[in-house]
Design a protein around this ligand. Structure first.
Ligand SMILES: [Zn+2]
Length: 77
């Protein structure tokens, strides 16, 4: 099944083999995460800081948020 990547619109395979589904790549997924990380950063106490963030910062912020979610999930057991 082919879907369009929500970030760049490129057609990509929506299957378990594509770990970034429905995105075409890790980068597109992180860009999308960066979009909602804007709100997360307001909660973290640095409003507006995302405007001055580099793509690398956005990427690490998205990764940090994702890792925190994983940790929160695994702590239940
Ligand atoms: Zn893409």
């Amino acid at each position: 099944m082919k879907v369009k990547c929500p970030t760049c619109g490129k057609e990509t395979e929506y299957s378990p083999a594509n770990r970034w589904r429905p995105f075409c790549s890790e980068r597109c997924k992180l860009i999308d995460l960066g979009a909602w990380a804007d709100d997360a950063y307001v909660i973290e106490g640095e409003p507006g800081s995302i405007d001055r963030m580099t793509p690398e910062d956005v990427e690490s912020a998205a990764r940090y948020t994702a890792e925190r979610e994983v940790r929160r999930g695994s702590r239940r057991r």
